[in-house]
Design a protein around this ligand. Structure first.
Ligand SMILES: Nc1nc2c(ncn2[C@@H]2O[C@H](COP(=O)(O)OP(=O)(O)OP(=O)(O)O)[C@@H](O)[C@H]2O)c(=O)[nH]1
Ligand SMILES: [Mg+2]
Length: 334
């Protein structure tokens, strides 16, 4: 029997029998499956749907080890309850808040860290980074060395948080190993756990991310995905609103100000999205579902996959959004 081989880009088991199935390659001697080859060489993305059961099982397995875990999260699309990961992992965890580059430069990392520091189940350490800009990666490596319990360190988190990009960066910065993981703006790029030796003292284990069924990224085409995914520092858009006024973001969203005093509302979304003030109800948002929010002083409405809206004063708002897309409120992040 042949020895089993795995794709070096996404971890899937390689097979040369069925072109339509995961892990296909014309030649089992290849390092990459056809899907990774096409992503890397042609930027040709192919969506794969993964079940979250697998993700949970992987987490449970990680939880049976005593190894350090890096929990990577996207600062623009933080999960509603970031401490939920603790349900599965008694391990030491470093929370790695990634994509700092898309937040305005004026937002200091100390402020972000303070926001998370008074959580009930604290993390060993919170590190703010921009993997893409190579920002704070040396500091992260120091923290890994400080908290690791063996050479194995797991990298977990929701899909698209930048787990594989982070491991590639650590490889590039600190290793002679030339392997390169596949990364892409689509969900479920990594399909299986992959062990990557950085050096004799550190092996990172990449894992497939949890698919957020509530994220907008699952319901848009590739061109829209490019548009909603900010690549540059966000220029926040602030509006002074009175009741009866609304803001729309193309045909994704409408926010109506229903009741309250003059209010300041700031949108943290990709610069490529057209945000516009209109008189309420002038524009019909067909097919969108309404949610009502009673906002307290300095709270955000988060829209999974799109970003967040900071609202300064108390007031009632109606939000119209695709019914599949999750939205929730939190104390203002910035
Ligand atoms: N702006 C910005 N984008 C980033 C950063 N790090 C990663 N990305 C982008 O985020 C997207 C997802 O990156 P991946 O590394 O594939 O994410 P992942 O967590 O491995 O995702 P799965 O394998 O699907 O679980 C890619 O488009 C990356 O280019 C960063 O620091 N800043
Ligand atoms: Mg990945």
């Amino acid at each position: 029997m042949n020895e089993e081989k795995y794709c070096q880009g996404c971890g899937v088991k390689l097979q040369d029998e069925n072109m339509l199935q995961e892990g296909y390659t014309a030649n089992l001697e290849n390092a990459l499956c056809q899907r990774c080859f096409r992503i890397k060489n042609y930027g040709d993305y192919q969506v794969v749907t993964k079940s979250n059961e697998e993700y949970i099982n992987i987490l449970k397995e990680v939880g049976t080890t005593k190894n350090l875990v890096l929990y990577v999260a996207d600062l623009l699309n933080l999960e509603k309850d970031i401490t939920k990961i603790r349900d599965y992992l008694p391990n030491k965890i470093i929370l790695v808040l990634n994509k700092k580059d898309v937040l305005p430069k004026s937002v200091k990392q100390e402020k972000i860290i303070r926001y998370f520091e008074n959580m009930e189940v604290p993390f060993e350490k919170i590190v703010v980074v921009s993997v893409e800009k190579n920002d704070n990666i040396d500091y992260l490596l120091k923290q890994i060395k400080l908290f690791q319990t063996s050479s194995d360190v797991y990298v977990v988190g929701h899909t698209n948080a930048g787990k594989s990009t982070l491991i590639n960066k650590l490889l590039k910065n600190y290793s002679t190993n030339t392997q390169e993981l596949t990364i892409s703006p689509l969900p479920s790029t990594t399909l299986n756990t992959i062990r990557i030796a950085i050096n004799d003292y550190l092996t990172l284990i990449d894992t497939p991310g949890l698919v957020d069924t509530g994220s907008l990224v699952n319901y848009v085409d590739a061109a829209t995905l490019k548009k909603i995914n900010p690549k540059k520092e966000i220029k926040p858009k602030t509006y002074q609103l009175r009741p009866g006024q609304s803001i729309i973001i193309e045909d994704f969203l409408r926010l109506d100000y229903i009741e309250g005093e003059r209010n300041s509302v700031t949108f943290y979304v990709s610069n490529e999205l057209r945000v516009k003030r209109i008189a309420s109800r002038r524009q019909d948002m067909k097919d969108l579902a309404k949610r009502s929010y009673e906002m307290k002083y300095e709270e955000d409405i988060c829209i999974n996959g799109l970003g967040f809206i900071k609202i300064v004063n108390r007031g009632s708002f109606d939000l119209y959004l695709d019914h599949n897309v999750e939205s929730f409120t939190r104390r203002s992040l910035i």
